[in-house]
Design a protein. Structure first.
Length: 76
């Protein structure tokens, strides 16, 4: 009974990112870039085909009916 019954999973460590390597959030439709490395709270995030896409406030407002209908952005 001295044996471990579980094995710890070791996760690979991520390399440290400096400011120049930070990803910039851009709108998937119009290409507008956010000021920081995170999307503003007025932007919409959508997961399509296992990819995370962001849409700026203007594009989201223009296509709100399609977004609420859960249509893929290819249909907009």
């Amino acid at each position: 009974m001295d044996e471990e019954t579980y094995h710890r999973i070791q996760r690979p460590q991520r390399p440290a990112q400096n400011e120049s390597d930070a990803a910039v959030v851009t709108c998937a439709l119009c290409g507008t870039s956010a000021d920081g490395d995170t999307a503003p709270p007025t932007w919409i995030c959508s997961v399509e085909n296992s990819r995370r896409q962001y849409f700026c406030e203007e594009c989201a407002r223009t296509n709100i009916r399609a977004i609420e209908s859960r249509l893929d952005s290819a249909w907009w």
